[in-house]
Design a protein around this ligand. Structure first.
Ligand code: ADP
Ligand code: UDP
Length: 236
C-alpha cells in the first residue's frame, strides 16, 4: 500500500491517503499533548507503543464482534485503517470517577460508578471539547438518534470486553474515550485505544499507568504504557 499525502496532522497521529480510496494509513507519532494541546512533548517509543497497543486491543474487540477500522499493522508506527467519515463526538465511559468529572461534579477521585456512566463531548479543541447531550447531537446534525443509540451500546459492549481483559492483568479500567465513524453507512470504532485515551490503575496499589503520568508530571510515562502492554500480553 503506497502512502500518499498527509491529509491530517493531529496532536498525536497523522492520517495519510493511500492509493486505495477506501483506506488511510494512520501514523502514530511520539508527540504527546495535554490540556488541549497547550503542552506538547516528544516521548521516545510512544508512537510505536501506542500503534502496537491499539492494534492488539482493536483485534480483541473485533474478535468480540465489535466493528473496527483497523486492517493491518504496516510498521512499528503505521497501521492501515478503513477510511471513515468520523462523527465529531467523543464517547467517554467511566467505571471510576477521575479527571474532568471530579472537577465538574465535585466527586472524589476513585469513587466507583455503578452502573458506569456515559458522556458525549463535542470534538473541538478551540472550545475545549465541551460536554454535549443527545439532543445537541441531533439538532446540530452531528449524528442521528440511531447512531447515538449504537455508539452507546457499542461503548458499553467494549467496556465489558476490556474491563475483563484488564482485570485479569491486575488493572482497573477507570475510564476511556472512543471515537466512531461511518464506513459505507455502517458505524465503526475508529481512532485508537491506548493508554493515551484511557485511565488504567494497578488494582492493588492504584498506581497510574496511563497518560495521567504525563498530565500530572509523574514521570516514567512510556514505562507505564509498556508495563500495561506486558501484563495483557501485547507484543511491543
Ligand atoms: P486530534 O484530532 O485530537 O489531534 P489525533 O492526533 O489522534 O487527534 O489525530 C487523528 C485524527 O484522525 C482524529 O481527528 C481522528 O478523529 C481521525 N481518525 C481516526 N481514525 C480515522 C479513520 N479511520 N478515518 C478517518 N479519520 C480517522
Ligand atoms: N480523553 C481523551 N481525549 C480527550 C478527552 C479525554 O482521550 O480529548 C480520555 C482521557 O484520557 C480519559 C477519559 O477520556 O481516559 C476521560 O477524560 P476526562 O473527561 O476526565 O478529561 P481529562 O480531564 O482527562 O482531560
Amino acid at each position: 500500500m503506497e502512502k500518499k499525502q498527509e491529509l491530517y496532522h493531529g496532536k498525536a497521529k497523522s492520517v495519510y491517503e493511500t492509493d486505495d480510496s477506501n483506506h488511510y494509513i494512520m501514523l502514530f507519532r511520539d508527540d504527546t499533548s495535554a490540556f488541549d494541546g497547550k503542552i506538547i512533548k516528544q516521548l521516545e517509543r510512544k508512537g510505536r507503543t501506542n500503534n502496537r497497543f491499539n492494534f492488539f486491543i482493536m483485534k480483541k474487540l473485533e474478535a468480540a464482534g465489535i466493528p473496527v477500522h483497523v486492517e493491518e499493522l504496516l510498521s512499528d508506527t503505521e497501521c492501515l485503517v478503513k477510511k471513515l467519515k468520523m462523527l465529531p463526538v467523543e464517547c467517554v465511559v467511566r467505571n471510576v470517577a477521575a479527571g474532568s468529572i471530579c472537577k465538574r461534579l465535585g466527586v472524589e477521585e476513585g469513587k466507583d460508578l455503578n452502573p458506569p456512566t456515559f458522556e458525549f463531548f463535542y470534538k473541538d479543541d478551540s472550545l475545549h471539547d465541551p460536554m454535549v447531550n443527545d439532543s445537541h447531537i441531533i439538532s446540530f446534525g452531528w449524528g442521528t438518534q440511531e447512531q447515538i443509540d449504537e455508539m452507546k451500546a457499542l461503548s458499553f459492549k467494549i467496556n465489558d470486553v476490556l474491563k475483563a481483559l484488564f482485570d485479569e492483568a491486575g488493572l482497573i479500567l477507570v475510564d476511556y474515550k472512543l471515537e466512531f465513524g461511518l464506513y459505507e453507512g455502517k458505524l465503526m470504532l475508529g481512532d485508537e485505544f491506548s493508554p493515551d485515551g484511557c485511565r488504567l490503575w494497578d488494582k492493588e496499589t492504584r498506581k497510574k499507568l496511563d497518560k495521567d503520568r504525563f498530565r500530572q508530571g509523574l514521570g516514567e510515562v512510556i514505562e507505564g504504557y509498556e508495563e500495561v502492554a506486558r501484563r495483557i500480553g501485547c507484543p511491543l
